[in-house]
Design a protein around this ligand. Structure first.
Ligand code: ATP
Length: 455
């Protein structure tokens, strides 16, 4: 079965997972809203991540820093000077492109490190045409900073502020406050989940590349000696996370950045890539950033950002950075789970085979009819299952139709309450993936579901 983005996007809209934003005003390019079910999926991801990487680890703490930071932050981090894309406009149809992407897709040449002039030359010499209108009439290639800027009410040198293009810098800015106010010991990490903004020139592929997105990032502070072992441990933890949210190993690939292409401050970077329907693309990254960030902030702030242990010279800790995009996680699990099946009777069904921990609705409860004592009984069962997560009551249409509806949104199990339930206190449970049905006692229902689906 070919998984197509069109079908996944249509399912997301139809079932209230993800909507194009600002639709009543004709839409707003490349921005999306998470609907009632999408926001549940997102919350499942961020809650599990926070529990796994912050709460359950003694070597981790969390923060929730601001989106707007002191403008000097971005001088120190290098974003003001270096966070650029190369852009080029078609003079005929006025469409704007990433110049490096144009060259890469037309000529299969990696443009990293090439100057604007060199990329422009490649476009001209190879007569690359505009993918939109077919013309060959380009502006010069030029740099474009990806940070969104905004004006503060106060005037002066620092009146321009920037929406953070990554959450990480807020962590470095709080390094001193965290070490002064907690009992962390090296090695330790600070985790954060929050919004980041990038003025991407050619966003696209649904929520893969958007201008406003969410990241889950960790800065893990270490001594430089023995970084390799910790790097490997973090990589293993990231891979375990991928498995636990339901991504199969065959769709995941490690991309080790070649040494000659690493930023000057990075000693090692590996991306975890996923096979999206539009190609193999970066999902997450792990980088060893040495002491670059804290050293830069020391320089620009004139504050000491050091680690001091008794009998030791104070030193700037080094850092490992595991970074996870929330929106790309949502997209990967939707792509992984989307399945179309032809059943024995020749009918078709669409199923989202999500890991139970990721499913927006954990259990659906169906009263067979909307009459007699069935709705009451079903509501009673719903209440008893609520500790498992979002439980949905559904009494609309034939039972078969209700199954299809819940298959499409990935509900792992449906419970039907019928007339026998009123007599012998049993219900039918039906499994999303196997479609097998089983009759069980209501008194055992919660335990059975817990063991089978939510262990
Ligand atoms: P890319 O090469 O795809 O632009 P990147 O290497 O610039 O990504 P990072 O700066 O490493 O990305 O950001 C960390 C994570 O944030 C990425 O692994 C990804 O999951 C997520 N991310 C980055 N940019 C976007 C975006 N525009 N939209 C959605 N998620 C993003």
């Amino acid at each position: 079965m070919q998984k197509s983005m069109e079908k996944i996007v249509a399912l997301c809209k139809r079932r209230g997972i993800i909507f194009p934003s600002s639709e009543i005003y004709g839409g707003f390019a490349n921005s999306y809203s998470y609907g009632p079910l999408g926001s549940e999926i997102k919350k499942n991801i961020t809650d599990l991540w926070w529990k796994r990487f912050v709460r359950d680890r003694q070597d981790m703490v969390g923060i929730d820093g601001p989106i707007l930071l002191h403008p000097k932050t971005w001088q120190a981090s290098g974003h003001l000077d270096n966070f650029n894309d190369q852009l080029v406009d078609c003079k005929q149809c006025k469409t704007r492109f990433r110049a490096d992407h144009l060259v890469e897709s037309a000529l299969d040449i990696d443009c990293e490190g090439l100057s604007d002039a060199d990329v422009g030359k490649l476009i001209a010499e190879n007569e690359i045409k505009c993918p939109q209108c077919g013309a060959q009439d380009w502006t010069a290639v030029r740099k474009f900073n990806l940070m969104f800027s905004t004006e503060m009410a106060k005037t002066g040198e620092e009146s321009t502020a920037y929406l953070r293009p990554e959450t990480a810098q807020a962590i470095f800015l709080d390094y001193k406050n965290v070490t002064d106010s907690t009992r962390v010991k090296l090695p330790f990490g600070i985790g954060q989940i929050g919004k980041a903004f990038r003025n991407e020139i050619t966003p696209g592929n649904f929520i893969f590349r958007v201008i406003e997105f969410e990241q889950m990032e960790i800065e893990y502070f270490i001594r430089p000696d023995g970084w390799e072992k910790l790097f490997d441990e973090w990589f293993t933890a990231m891979k375990q996370w991928c498995a636990d949210i339901g991504l199969s190993a065959k769709h995941l690939h490690d991309y080790e950045h070649p040494k000659e292409k690493l930023s000057h401050y990075s000693k090692r970077t590996i991306d975890i890539e996923y096979d999206f329907p539009f190609g193999k693309k970066e999902l997450y990254g792990l980088a060893y950033r040495t002491d670059f960030d804290l050293s830069q902030h020391e320089k620009f702030s004139n504050q000491k950002l050091r680690w001091r242990d008794e009998g030791e010279e104070p030193f700037v800790p080094h850092v490992l950075e595991p970074t996870f995009g929330v929106d790309r996680t949502v997209l990967a699990i939707l792509c992984e789970g989307y399945t179309e099946e032809t059943l024995e009777d020749g009918s078709e069904r669409t199923v989202l085979k999500l890991a139970s921990a990721m499913a927006p609705v954990k259990v659906a409860i169906f009263p067979l009819m909307k009459k007699d004592a069935l709705p009451e009984k079903a509501q009673e069962i719903l209440k008893s299952l609520q500790p498992l997560g979002l439980i949905q009551y559904d009494d609309g249409g034939a039972i078969g139709k209700r199954y299809r509806r819940h298959d499409e949104i990935g509900t792992p199990v449906c419970v039907t309450v019928d007339y026998d339930s009123l007599k012998d206190d049993t219900v039918t449970i039906r499994d999303r993936d196997t479609m097998e049905q089983e009759r069980i006692q209501i008194s055992e229902l919660k335990t059975v579901l817990e063991e089978k689906y939510f262990a």
